[in-house]
Design a protein around this ligand. Structure first.
Ligand SMILES: [Zn+2]
Length: 61
């Protein structure tokens, strides 16, 4: 967990997501698990962010 990289990572995601629909930025579904679209890590439904790479779904703020 590297604090300080989140801003850079968010900017990276924002740039990539600029061409896509906001709804496309979210968890993939794998049966009853959530799957991180960045690293493919599987998580239980309550997960709000990827514990593997730190990815989190797009949030309007
Ligand atoms: Zn991940």
């Amino acid at each position: 967990m590297a604090l300080g990289n989140d801003d850079v990572f968010d900017a990276f995601l924002s740039q990539r997501g600029h061409r896509t629909e906001p709804d496309s930025v979210g968890w993939k579904r794998d049966h009853r698990k959530k799957q991180c679209p960045e690293c493919g890590g599987l998580h239980d439904p309550p997960a709000t962010e990827c514990s593997v790479c730190g990815w989190a779904p797009h949030e309007s703020s």
